[in-house]
Design a protein. Structure first.
Lengths: 521, 113
């Protein structure tokens, strides 16, 4: 048996098995739980990289559960697939790569960040389950399976957001709020799945895409899926859970939550592009996504400027950055049925939006980790109580500068490259949208100048006399994200050409998506 | 060329940008070194000029986050007041926004196709 043929399932099965093994390991030696988790996630990362190489060189991969061969999508005599399957194309693996890197970095950071907490076996089990849920959302080719993984990720996330303890009100409240919005989202997704199953007797994404008619029922399903997936991605005006959850979760969990939100964004793009594609009125649905993007960009950043809690400030900026992704991909969707506009600027706009997803995961993750480092040493997230920390936390200061410059779209960092693609292409669609996007970048910089001045600059405050740099594992986690942020900024062409462009084409070319499962390519 | 990103309307190269910044930085550093040489560290020249007023302690002079961009938020208070008011922190309101947006999208999709 060639194990490499089973890479798609191994990426998920190994952390899933490890999640249930961890409580047993915790009984024997509590301290090894973190190292074991990091080891497991490093295997997932290596397997994801191997699968990325395979997909980019060979093409999309299908993994059918319970079939004689993992590639057997249509058993003889059947026109449509009946088994659950993973369908991983360039877009899915692009997202999977982000999840693999971020969860691995989160585990490294947790080694010392969470050291003082009790119940670490549960913490790492939940971390692995959250990662499994996100991977599943990104890899699945089945509607109901998508709902199941959405639930796994949400339940694990609720527990992790509340993890800092029942004695503190805020984490529990944030966890409760996340539980309510996630339950609403899951129920509505399930309702939409029911509509598809009732109408077409199908649950497979590709099979559904091949028969979807855009009837009234299909329109209702779309009208249900778009807002809830946008809400899970943190789009305004349904963003309010985001600052609560992101700020109260432990920093390494916050970065994985960012990845979870991006998985919902991926699902939104998968539904609109791969499932409906040009059967829907691309212009009106494209504009819905563009407007959600504009609202997220502007309201997110203006709310960030007035925050005093460092993690809430970064969380509002995360909402704002999600707006860029919605804007870029929304423009691509708006011109999807217009081949001239699509080739002139639509594809570039989508490349900007999709490239921004990976950039955002890296610099936003870095910023949340620096906020975690400040909290780890000062015990507060209140910017009013901080000051002069650059004197004693030099590495953290440098990492913060890199993250802040990248999110503000300053060259030569990665945020600039993806934003430039968005500005220039979106300008050709509608100049006003591009101007607003640039204004938002300026406001983003302003919000991070505020953090930099109040937390890092100024004289060394007497109350922080004893503060020193964070432990090595936390520094290394930030080093990884900083290096990726700089590398993507210096060589954006490598990433766009090898990862982003194939991902964009995987979304646009619906016939390839359906053909992978149903044959014909 | 490695690092050259085609944007559809032009190109971007971070490598060239870094080289240009280093060259300009070198020129600036050279001009700076040609400047005033009478500056002496740890003398009266180091003290800030505040019109003869006594200097505040360094700890007392740090401007905290709440005071940064005060003018900006004050000028935009008509924008901020309703915006902050909508962020109630109440989970019922969170759910309401989902329902409101869902209705809007269903109407748009239903009417426009």
């Amino acid at each position: 048996m060639n194990l490499l043929n089973h890479t798609p399932i191994l990426i998920i099965a190994i952390p899933l098995l490890a999640a249930f093994l961890l409580p047993v390991i915790g009984r024997i030696n509590k301290k090894t739980t973190g190292i074991f988790t990091t080891f497991v996630l490093s295997i997932s990362l290596i397997l994801t990289i191997l699968l990325t190489v395979k997909i980019l060189s060979v093409g999309p991969q299908v993994y059918v559960f319970g079939a004689k061969s993992p590639a057997l999508t249509l058993p003889s005599g059947l026109k449509f697939p009946i088994r659950i399957m993973f369908q991983i194309d360039a877009m899915s693996i692009f997202m999977g790569l982000i999840t693999a890197v971020i969860s691995f970095v989160g585990a490294i950071y947790s080694l010392t960040f969470m050291e003082q907490h009790s119940g670490l076996d549960k913490y790492y089990s939940l971390l692995l389950l959250l990662t499994v849920g996100i991977f599943g959302i990104e890899f699945t080719g089945d509607m109901f399976n998508f709902f199941v993984f959405l639930e796994i990720a949400s339940i694990a996330a609720v527990a992790l957001i509340s993890f800092r303890g029942v004695n503190l009100g805020e984490p529990v409240e944030a966890g409760f709020k996340y539980m309510v919005v996630s339950s609403i989202a899951a129920l509505i997704v399930l309702f939409a799945v029911g509509i598809f199953y009732g109408k077409y007797d199908l649950l497979n994404f590709a099979a559904l895409a091949s028969v979807i008619k855009y009837s009234q029922l299909d329109k209702i399903a779309l009208g249900l899926l778009v807002p809830v997936l946008a809400m899970k991605a943190g789009a305004v005006p349904m963003h309010m859970w985001t600052p609560d959850a992101y700020s109260e979760a432990p920093a390494p969990i916050t970065i994985i939550l960012v990845s979870a939100s991006q998985a919902s964004l991926y699902a939104l793009f998968r539904v609109t592009f791969s499932l409906y594609n040009i059967t829907l009125n691309t212009l009106s649905v494209g504009w819905i996504i563009i407007i959600l993007g504009l609202l997220s960009m502007f309201i997110g950043v203006t709310m960030a400027i007035i925050q005093k809690d460092i993690k809430r400030l970064i969380a509002y900026n995360a909402i704002s950055q999600t707006g860029y992704m919605l804007l870029g991909v929304g423009v691509g969707l708006a011109v999807l049925a217009n081949p001239v506009a699509l080739s002139k600027y639509g594809i570039t706009a989508m490349e900007g939006g999709i490239f921004h997803i990976i950039n955002h995961a890296m610099y936003e993750g870095l910023l949340f980790l620096t906020a975690g480092a400040l909290f780890f040493r000062t015990g507060t997230r209140d910017l009013d109580k901080m000051g002069g920390l650059a004197h004693s936390m030099k590495y953290t200061t440098i990492f913060f500068i890199i993250g802040a410059a990248a999110i503000s779209g300053l060259p030569p960092f990665n945020g600039f490259a993806s934003k430039l693609l968005i500005y220039e292409s979106v300008y050709r669609f509608n100049p006003l949208l591009s101007i607003i996007a640039m204004l938002v970048s300026i406001l983003t910089l302003a919000s991070f100048v505020k953090v930099f001045h109040s937390a890092f600059l100024g004289p060394k405050l007497p109350k922080f006399k004893e503060v020193r740099e964070v432990p090595r594992s936390m520094v290394w986690a930030m080093v990884v994200l900083s290096c990726i942020t700089i590398f993507f900024g210096l060589f954006p062409d490598l990433i766009v050409k090898n990862l982003v462009h194939p991902a964009v084409m995987a979304l646009i070319e619906q016939f390839k998506y359906t053909g992978t499962v149903l044959g014909g390519i | 060329m490695l690092g050259l990103l085609e944007t559809g309307s032009g190109f971007w190269s971070a490598i060239i940008w870094v080289i240009v910044v280093l060259v300009i930085g070198g020129i600036v550093y050279y001009i700076r070194n040609k400047g005033e040489k009478s500056y002496k560290k740890n003398t009266e020249q180091d003290k800030p000029f505040i019109s003869g007023n006594p200097e505040l302690s360094k700890e007392g002079s740090h401007i905290s986050a709440s005071h940064i961009f005060w003018g900006f938020t004050e000028a935009l208070k008509d924008y901020y007041a309703p915006l902050v008011k909508t962020h109630t922190g109440n989970i019922n309101d969170y759910a309401s926004w989902i329902v409101i947006l869902m209705v809007i999208i269903l109407i748009i999709v239903g009417v426009n196709g």
